[in-house]
Design a protein around this ligand. Structure first.
Ligand code: NAP
Ligand code: G4F
Length: 326
């Protein structure tokens, strides 16, 4: 019989890539969606699997809806990708971010414990939990957490609760501590998509300036399509564990900007950039760089798409998308 997987956050960036990967492995994939007045399935359309998913309603803020999802699906694997995932908004929406990203995970773990205790659970942990914990110039599974945002703090709670359900109740739970990963279906607020969409609009004459915040911040950027493979691999291990997933190489926001303009064929990039304090954060995470040796060795995972290939892929996709608006 086909294995049954639930993906929360199916309509976001990672959900569609993971669902496509699991469908190719003959899983029956259930996508949890929250109530919408006007739902959009654009990201699933982009990867071409909108009609292959069984949708079920649930909200991370509502415990009984999560109980119902687990009761109806009786999953073999649960991938918890749902979150208020934009760090920049988490100061303004600290309570909501905590309810969805922290308490929602507790609700989901309880639902699994009481209804489907043999289900394996993947939690979308994040390099944002490290924050200032960067004493060696990189972060691995042993690096201390020093989160700098309400988002990061809520994710630390969920991370530790995921470990606690493993240690207290023997559930199969795994945290993937993923560094930034991007794609042509990345949310438009995140800096990479904001840049590639902005560059495409400048190139095609729909915009003349791109407003950004801190250009010196450094991130370890990879391709989302590669990273979902690591999520799956984590749940296939004999012994449940937590893994850092990244490329091991970082770049500044400025480098991302320069390369994007270059791939769009624009040389004098500086004249289009406005440094805008609205996009600076009350407390910044200056530099993230993974040391993903454990994932490379134990999971046999490796990223396939390079930084340059990723930027090119995103610029080309946005040029194509924006051209359709003309
Ligand atoms: P994303 O594009 O923002 O997707 C998050 C999804 O969560 C959206 O589909 C959203 O639904 C859903 N969601 C939000 N609040 C919800 C609620 N109350 N109930 C149910 N669903 C809710 O994020 P992503 O980039 O795919 O990331 C997936 C996960 O990995 C997130 O947990 C994120 O925090 C974590 N993560 C991401 C990265 C990265 O670089 N992308 C790195 C580390 C960790 P709507 O579509 O209805 O808004
Ligand atoms: O693209 P960002 O908004 O991503 P951030 O904050 O690193 O968070 C993402 O990655 C985390 C993993 O490390 C995930 F957990 C999280 O869910 C999310 O996916 O910002 C990246 C950097 C920051 O340092 C920010 O200050 O870019 C800087 N930046 C500079 N100008 C900007 C802008 N960020 C945004 N969003 N918009 C700007 O105009």
């Amino acid at each position: 019989m086909a294995k049954r997987a639930i993906i929360t956050g199916i309509l976001g960036q990672d959900g569609p890539y993971l669902a496509k990967y699991l469908l190719a492995k003959n899983y029956k994939v259930y996508g949890m969606v929250r109530r919408y007045s006007n739902p959009t399935f654009d990201n699933l359309d982009y990867v071409g699997i909108t009609n292959k998913i069984e949708y079920i309603e649930g909200d991370m803020g509502d415990e009984s809806s999560l109980m119902n999802v687990i009761r109806v699906v009786r999953p073999d694997e649960v991938y918890n990708l749902a979150a208020q995932s934009f760090v920049g908004d988490s100061w303004q929406m600290a309570k909501l971010t905590t309810e969805v990203n922290a308490i929602g995970v507790l609700y989901l773990l309880n639902a699994i414990k009481y209804i489907s205790p043999t289900a394996k659970f993947y939690q979308a942990s994040t390099s944002e939990m490290f924050g200032l914990g960067n004493t060696k110039g990189y972060q691995d599974e042993n690096t201390n957490f020093h989160p700098r945002s309400p988002y990061g703090i809520a994710k630390v709670y969920a991370h530790m609760m995921t470990i606690n359900f493993r240690e207290s109740y023997g559930l199969y739970t795994s945290n993937g501590i993923l560094f930034n990963h991007e794609s042509p279906i990345r949310g438009i607020q995140f800096v990479t998509r904001k840049i590639t969409d902005g560059v495409a609009r400048i190139k095609l004459g729909l915009k003349d300036k791109l407003h950004l915040g801190n250009l010196d911040a450094k991130r370890d950027w990879g391709f989302a399509g590669d990273y979902v493979e690591a999520m799956y691999m984590m749940l296939q291990q004999k012994k449940t564990d937590d893994f850092v997933v990244g490329t091991g190489i970082n770049h500044s926001v400025k480098e991302f900007v320069q390369l994007s303009f270059k791939y769009a064929g624009i040389e004098d990039w500086e004249k289009y950039i406005v440094i805008d304090p609205r996009f600076k954060r009350p407390a910044e995470v200056h530099e993230l760089k993974a040391k993903p040796d454990k994932a490379f060795k134990q999971l046999g995972w490796k990223p396939k798409v390079s930084f340059e290939e990723l930027v090119k892929m995103m610029v080309e996709a946005d040029l194509k998308r924006v051209k359709k608006l003309l």
